[in-house]
Design a protein. Sequence first.
Length: 150
Amino acid sequence: MLECRIHKARRAYDVIVEFVADSERLALFGPSGSGKSTVLSCLAGLETPDAGHIRCDAQTWFSPPLALHLRSVGYLSQREALFPHLSVAENVQFSLDAAARAHERAWIDEIRERLNLTPLWHARPHHLSGGRHDGWRSRARSVGAPASCC
């Protein structure tokens, strides 16, 4: 269960959100500029709310905030980039859960084949076209196993 009650002041408006979700997936929708990305950034721990609390199951994520690496949240931002110093393969490896390390090699090979990542597997992001960069970025970030994904 996800419980969110936050207030985040912005220059032009305040984001005030309160909800409880008891499902595996949650969709936020609303008009442009209504604060959806702000809420997602707060859930992922990329921004800190000014007040309130965020709880997921037995963990408190805010009030006080839980360290980012302990949240198990996958977040694909509108402006997110691949790590420029890592290859596509290294970006995929970065998103793996530490518990999967024993099966990592076989799992990475399976993901590479299934998502057709082999042609540019060792390419650095600056060698990819814009479309390929976005495609590899989405694929690399989607192979992890977060408890929640925003």
